[in-house]
Design a protein around this ligand. Structure first.
Ligand SMILES: Nc1ncnc2c1ncn2[C@@H]1O[C@H](COP(=O)(O)OP(=O)(O)OP(=O)(O)O)[C@@H](O)[C@H]1O
Ligand SMILES: [Mg+2]
Length: 431
């Protein structure tokens, strides 16, 4: 469980300090301000590997490159079993590597990382935590399981060890044929992560989809009465199928590996998820965080679960209002400051109190998304002109007629601005 993170001279902000919530952490901010980068840093802090270092086929998750000058450092605290452990790593420019205390770090628990392009990384303390022999570390296990989007479906291999994971198609069909605990678990997770209570994700019969493909392909029973092979499923559906599969696979394998090692299963799990709403319809965006927390909880039995999710969705923010607990949860917002006449530009990060705003439109105009209204950009521009007109005593009827037409072109008939506009227009005899 990550508790604290301080960074200097690395990433878009010159310095960042974060104190995480023990359960839910939300990251908001404009494109390019560092949300995904922060998730990469958390993954690295807890696992000591960059995702693309483990799997070079990944399009993102490269080693953090520090600023060109100044001392660059990443300092973090996490809980290992029950006590907090702190580390500091500085960038060694000669070695071009992040240096830190030698030896095996403490065990951070199970770490999962869903990237926005469908890549997925898993660090399992039972399968990836290396052993010590005498005084030396023996890293004979894979350093992590890092899948690109395709490998999640088709299986993960590495040059030295061969097959590391069968992938969604082979495992799902295998689990379905044996009809044991793994398939029951998968069905339960899919049901929980469904778009709505009326639209459950339910597996159908296995099918062949081509003469040239010998695989039995899982299917989904769609609300319109057809069974659709998962390879033909929509983008939103595939995102959730991949999440559900990897959660079940990770837990199944963790339990089996812990048994082999004669160890307890993990007591904590950290789930990092980038753009949690990716590909999901608004109604699904509204019910993703809570079910996901519940699913990870129910899978990992007695483990403490921490979720760190980035989002661009006002619906996601509105959806957490009923469950947000200020003692356990946190919201971090990236912002751009300065520039043009406002001094040297830079990126800042604030931990903001999550105040209930009631609906998604109010979230759009909050500090999270910084819009001045939920209307079109064109409407906003015309409303700006109208605001000036309302306070301009020399504004005449001809100008008002012209502006009235412009307002008609951009505003809806029921827009609340019409009330004010008509009141003033009538009073001043414009229309
Ligand atoms: N490996 C890296 N090393 C150093 N800086 C990086 C690295 N990766 C990303 N960055 C910096 O982080 C910035 C933000 O990238 P990031 O992908 O985190 O944005 P984001 O907030 O997730 O945006 P979006 O909402 O578009 O996904 C980049 O412009 C770059 O300055
Ligand atoms: Mg991003």
């Amino acid at each position: 469980m990550i508790k604290q993170l301080n960074m200097n001279n690395v990433g878009p902000a010159p310095a960042l300090q974060l104190e995480f919530g023990e359960r839910l952490n939300l990251l908001t901010g404009d494109n390019g301000l560092g949300k995904s980068f922060l998730l990469d840093i958390i993954w690295w802090s807890l696992t000591k590997k960059w995702p693309a270092e483990v799997n070079p086929r990944l399009p993102a998750g490269l080693m953090a490159k520090p600023h060109e000058t100044g001392k660059a450092s990443i300092e973090f605290t996490f809980t290992a079993k029950s006590k907090p452990i702190s580390y500091i790593s500085t960038f060694d420019r000669k070695a071009q590597a992040w240096a830190g205390k030698a030896g095996r770090p403490s065990n951070p628990g199970l770490i999962l990382y869903a990237q926005v392009d469908g890549s997925f990384a898993v660090w399992d303390p039972a399968r990836n935590y290396w052993r010590r022999k005498g005084n030396s570390d023996v890293q004979e296990r894979p350093s992590a399981y890092v899948f690109n989007a395709r490998e999640v479906w088709d299986g993960l291999r590495d040059d030295q060890r061969g097959l590391l994971c069968n992938g969604l198609i082979a495992d799902w069909s295998g689990w379905q044929k044996e009809n044991g605990a793994a398939f029951k678990r998968l069905c339960a997770v899919l049901e929980k992560l469904s778009p709505s209570s009326g639209e459950k994700i339910i597996p159908g019969e296995l099918v062949r989809i081509s003469l040239d493909d010998p695989r039995d392909i899982p299917t989904l029973k769609m609300p319109y009465g057809q069974s659709v092979p998962v390879l033909h499923a929509s983008a939103g559906m595939r995102r959730i199928l991949a999440l559900a599969y990897l959660l079940v696979w990770t837990w199944e394998e963790h339990v089996k590996a812990s048994r082999l090692l004669d160890e307890e299963t993990t007591s904590q799990a950290v789930f990092l998820i980038d753009e949690i709403e990716a590909h999901l319809h608004p109604k699904w965006q509204r019910r993703i965080i809570r079910p996901l927390l519940d699913v990870v909880h129910s899978l990992t039995e007695h483990a403490k679960v921490q979720l760190v999710a980035s989002t661009h969705s006002p619906l996601v923010m509105a959806s957490v209002e009923p469950i947000f607990d200020h003692d356990k949860d946190a919201w971090f917002d990236f912002d751009l400051f300065g520039g043009d006449n406002g001094g040297i530009p830079g990126v800042s990060l604030s931990r903001r109190p999550l105040i209930r705003r009631g609906d998604a439109s109010s979230w759009l105009t909050s500090e999270a998304f910084d819009l001045s209204s939920a209307r079109s950009a064109e409407a906003e521009e015309v409303l700006g002109k109208a605001a000036v007109a309302l306070s301009d005593t020399s504004f005449d009827a001809a100008q008002a007629k012209q502006l009235d037409q412009e307002l008609r072109n951009v505003l809806g008939d029921t827009d609340p601005f019409w009330m004010r506009w008509r009141f003033v227009a009538e009073k001043r005899g414009w229309l």
